[in-house]
Design a protein around this ligand. Structure first.
Ligand SMILES: Cc1ncc(COP(=O)(O)O)c(C=O)c1O
Length: 302
């Protein structure tokens, strides 16, 4: 099927999951660790807690979770995740237009991760290709993991437009296909059959129901932290709630919550230096567990 899709679109490639894309191709900000393992970064700089050869684009409440591109040094590859994990923020059409222009001006390729697009509840773009000119500068990758619980099954896809060319005019899609076909034997037939079932009318309905269920979980978590007086971000366009603990270390907050409530959150600084002072709370869970966790948060904050 991979071949059939390749023939039909000349630009759509199926992966085991979205993550394989990051590991095998380019330096990733989203998955810094993978890039380190692949030997694409420089040394870790302890003083600033950053790797060399990565330009970190800080996304915080101060800049509306979108980087100030006038201060960002050009790179070959720009990894951009919207709706974002961990902040839950989704970029607007205007912001994405600026990003596309920035990539054009600097000869960069955007790798756009839209793994949470189905969770969006506002009318911001679901795909970078909604932006005119994006096909000349962007690749988009996504996954069934968050839509249909394929995290273990492994199936994702990547769109590499025909219009995307290296500076010498050679199509990126040709190199991409070569890398993929050399590195993988393709997604299993079982996984692909599952993916096709997801795209049937029943499958699409089931995915909407799953997303709706997690959206309800997200609302419960948002309400809990709001009622406790925390500054809370995200939740609207992704199943993550980004909770601010100003002046505190993410790891300290994570440790205290774990010890006192036995609930596992994720320390924000684990996503990069811009996440310091935050924790991420995930809505991917059974309803009773989410309710129980929220009850414990309330006890913890009494
Ligand atoms: C933004 C984002 N992209 C991609 C992935 C990985 O997806 P997959 O399971 O298809 O590798 C994740 C998983 O956590 C994610 O949060």
């Amino acid at each position: 099927m991979k071949w059939l899709l390749w023939k039909a679109f000349t630009s759509l490639i199926l992966f085991f999951g979205a993550r394989e894309m990051f590991n095998f191709c380019f330096l990733s900000q989203a998955y810094v660790d993978s890039s380190v393992i692949m030997g694409q970064t420089g040394q870790f700089q302890t003083r600033v807690e950053k790797y060399e050869n990565i330009e970190y684009m800080k996304c915080t409440p101060e800049n509306g979770f979108f980087p100030d591109l006038s201060t960002v040094s050009p790179t070959n590859i720009i990894f951009f995740c919207s709706p974002n994990n961990p902040t839950g923020f989704a970029a607007s059409r205007e912001q994405l237009t600026k990003l596309v222009q920035f990539a054009k001006d600097n000869g960069s390729i955007i790798v756009y991760d839209s793994a949470y697009a189905l969770y969006m509840s506002d009318d911001n773009p679901r795909s970078i290709f909604e932006i005119p000119g994006a096909k000349e500068v962007a690749i988009e990758t996504s996954s069934y993991s968050k839509y249909a619980g394929f995290t273990g099954v492994r199936l994702g896809w990547t769109v590499v437009p025909k219009e995307l060319l290296f500076s010498d005019g050679f199509p990126v899609a040709k190199d991409f296909n070569r890398i993929v076909c050399t590195s993988f034997n393709g997604a299993s037939n079982i996984a692909q059959a599952g993916g096709l079932a997801c795209l049937s009318p029943d499958g699409l309905k089931a995915m909407q129901e799953v997303v709706g269920f997690y959206r309800e979980n997200t609302n419960i978590i948002m309400e809990t932290f709001n009622s406790l007086g925390f500054k809370v971000y995200g939740g609207k366009n992704a199943p993550y709630v980004w909770v601010h603990f100003p002046g505190q270390s993410s790891w300290d907050v994570f440790g205290e919550i774990l010890e006192k409530t036995h609930v596992v959150t994720t320390p924000g600084s684990g996503f990069g230096p811009g996440g310091e002072g935050f924790i991420r709370v995930s809505a991917f869970g059974h309803r009773n567990d989410v309710l129980e966790a929220c009850q414990r948060f309330k006890q913890f904050c009494k």
